[in-house]
Design a protein around this ligand. Structure first.
Ligand code: KG4
Ligand code: ZN
Length: 344
């Protein structure tokens, strides 16, 4: 089956063509157009994002087809992100996908953006398939999941306030670094002295038990306040050490909770996804911690960690193969629960 994927949930206009079936899938093309305009404003401006998607969606899809050496008639189905995200931005992709599918007489399917992130790593690592423990860390979400099978997900933990990527972006602002802040904080942290500052690990206590409400959950807004206080009282030359202490605290927390989940469900494979999975300190710390327990950690390359249409096509293919189809009243939603949730 040849599936065209379309992703317009935030500030990337992306299209991809996938070919294959089951877990045997090849990415024939992937085009990602990042809307750099938001850098001027220090964050994504929803209305500007929608307009930029509108300008870009047709040429981006055309280029994805060209790079795959295909024409529209070669497509068997279209998968499009329809939740969660900026509703105006999502609507551009959803309207376009429905129109093209209708014109071609092929099925269209709506994909949950975070389910897309779950599938991304499998496009690069054939062993990154269920069962596994998943940590999805993006600008808008932080989710710890037990993935028993594709389409069967236990949501174990989530953030109670800021998402991990959001924490990186806010801390970047406090340190006068550009948006999006993650890569800049990571770079600055490399020059920091790890012993100069230490921030408390949020929601990590020795006496926590698996039944506790906060055993798997995250909270990053207190950490951000700790950084703010440190910045206020520190010297300019301490910025790198503050970045380092922030990243160490955040990474430690993510690793601890992921290790708890892997142990509780006896998973040997750990799959990371979302933009923060680009952070090499996170990936290294996760490998270091889980290696002892015989765990294998899989992280996608930056191209597939951040928002892209290949992961949307891959998740869409899974649903299409189960016979699922969307009607032409498919709509966009700012928030929506992950499909396939089962009791934890
Ligand atoms: O998944 P993504 O591309 O978009 C969303 O769905 O939100 O994630 C973007 C987030 C941003 O907050 C960005 O700062 C963060 O991922 N990010 C990083 C790194 N690269 C991107 N955070 C930490 N370290 C990085 N190297
Ligand atoms: Zn994302």
């Amino acid at each position: 089956m040849r599936v065209l994927g379309i992703e317009t949930s935030c500030d990337e206009t992306s299209a991809a063509v996938l070919e294959g079936s089951g877990d045997d899938v090849a990415v024939r093309s992937l085009v990602i157009l990042s809307q750099d305009v938001h850098r001027i404003f220090g964050g994504v401006v929803p209305e500007i994002a929608s307009r930029a998607h509108l300008t870009a969606v047709v040429p981006v899809v055309r280029q994805a087809l060209d790079e795959a050496n295909l024409v529209q008639r070669d497509l068997d189905a279209i998968a499009v992100t329809n939740a969660p995200g900026l509703v105006g931005a999502l609507l551009v992709g959803v309207s376009f996908a429905k129109s093209l599918a209708y014109a071609l007489g092929i099925p269209v399917i709506g994909v949950h953006h975070m389910e897309g992130h779950l599938f991304a790593t499998a496009l690069e690592h054939e062993d990154a398939v269920p069962p596994f423990t998943a940590l999805l860390v993006s600008g808008g979400h932080t989710m710890l999941l037990d993935v028993e099978a594709w389409g069967r997900y236990r949501l174990l933990g989530r953030t109670r306030d800021d998402a991990a990527g959001e924490a990186f972006d806010k801390v970047a602002k406090l340190l006068a670094l550009p948006y999006p802040g993650g890569p800049h904080v990571e770079r600055l942290a490399r020059d920091g002295d790890p012993k100069r500052f230490r921030f408390a690990r949020p929601m990590v206590r020795r006496d926590q038990l698996p039944g506790d409400a906060d055993y798997y959950d995250f909270s990053f807004s207190g950490l951000k306040t700790a950084v703010l206080n440190a910045v206020k009282s520190a010297e300019e030359s301490d910025r790198a050490s503050i970045a380092r202490a922030f990243q160490d605290a955040l990474v430690d927390t993510l690793v601890e909770k992921t290790a708890r989940a892997a142990a509780a469900y006896g998973r040997r494979r750990i799959v990371l996804g979302g933009g923060v999975a680009c952070n090499s300190a996170l990936v290294a710390a996760m490998r270091e911690r889980l290696r002892g327990a015989g765990g294998e950690v899989y992280a996608p390359t930056p191209r597939l960690s951040t928002d892209n249409a290949a992961m949307i096509a891959r998740a869409g293919l899974f649903h299409l193969e189960r016979g699922e189809r969307a009607d032409l009243d498919l709509n966009a939603f700012a928030s929506s629960p992950l499909p396939g949730l089962i009791a934890a």
